[in-house]
Design a protein around this ligand. Sequence first.
Ligand code: NDP
Length: 342
Amino acid sequence: MDRIQLTLDEVRSLATAVFRHHGVSQRQTDAVVDTVTAAERDGCVSHGLFRVPGYIASVASGKVTPDAEPDITDLAPAVVKVDGKNGFAPLALEVGRQPLVRKAKSQGIAALAVTNSYHFAALWPETEALAEAGLVAFAFVSSRSFVAPAGGIKPLYGTNPMSFAWPRDGRPPVVFDQASSASARGEIKIHQREGIPLPDGWGIDSDGNPSNDPKAILGGAQLPFGGHKGAGIALMVELLAGALIGDVFSFEATAADNDDGGPTSGGELIIAIEPLLCVDSSGGPTQLAHAEELFAQILAQDGTRLPSDRRYAARALTPTEGIRIPASLYRELLGLAGGSAH
Ligand code: NDP
């Protein structure tokens, strides 16, 4: 496949040109482009430039409000809510981050409920930023009905990711960020675009038969990871990012969506914990030092690594090596930018 090499500055300029050409406000653009550029920087291709045409489709169809200004409400001493006002999620998340940090540091634990916004990204940018501020963090997002419940064959749950981050002294946080489906949907689309069959267990066709064909699974249903166990996580995410914070379930988001190929409207719940307020000062090892002992035990075994190490390794290389995207995607983005980019 023909590929084009770009620097991270070129990624940022290209994505910015596309969003601005479609009338997306500078604030909304900057927040989304930050997540797109970070995904490319960390080698998370399925949430980088690949997503930009979908974001733009949702603006062009009139579904997303391109100049939305999120609205913040203090719901309780430990709960803050940000209404995304029908805009993209990254700006709503940015607006809620510092209030959440302040509340978690004073209350010990706090929650940020983001509603009425369009999430199309990875969750690690949310949790990693909180762990960089010294907090333990969780994030949960539902999406649209793609995944069959355990034993069923029809899509009901979203791919419903959750992320967890743990702060470290003098090192980047340990972060995991995973769909509750066997794979993220973007991965299936990338396999389809590149003509590569899928691994076993990712999904079933519309008759419920196991399949390795991306097209058959996109028209059938994805499967939860680990059978009923992943389905339990998917159920939890629906409840936390939907019912708990007054937003929709994936099947409701699907029903309300105009199928423009962009993100669906929904909620996100983020929980942050201040470790310093979780123990009394008994004189034992600090929690962070204690955690390092676990990480060392993991890494003492051949073949292991910590979640997020792959991203950090990619992050270290991209400033010098740049990234490579399919030439067809590059041409599409140039067209969406009105012909000019960097
Ligand atoms: P992966 O299965 O690729 O990875 C899941 C996690 O496991 C990552 O944190 C990864 O770290 C870690 N990991 C992978 N291999 C190892 C290993 N050998 N040892 C230790 N840790 C490991 O992710 P998914 O395909 O499930 O999800 C991809 C992305 O899609 C996520 O960012 C998710 O948020 C996003 N998503 C977004 C949705 C939305 O609607 N917004 C919907 C669904 C998914 P590392 O990154 O370092 O490889």
